[in-house]
Design a protein. Sequence first.
Length: 119
Amino acid sequence: QVQLTESGGGLVQAGGSLRLSCAVNAPTLSLLVMGWFRQATGMERETVAAVTWSEGRTYYADSVKGRFTIARDSARNTMSLQMNSLKPDDTAVYYCATKRRGDASWGSWGRGTQVTVSS
């Protein structure tokens, strides 16, 4: 059973930065793909970024490329999302999630953390 706990959300002005963290409790981390997702009010959930735990290969949505950085810390079993140059459009609840490599769906989700960017 995988347990995920997000932290680090909050309120920031446009142009500012926030760092989200996701603590991961899983039996076999090397088989996992980790991801950050977000859902704004009235909008569908969208993928923000993803990383393979073993190789560290990354994926970013076009809307965050060059501004956000996803990383995993194998020693601490955590995943992070460094968000710079934040925009009001980045306002959403951010979730971390994980799936086994090769799986189509994301099987485990955190509860989410609110990020609000004021203009």
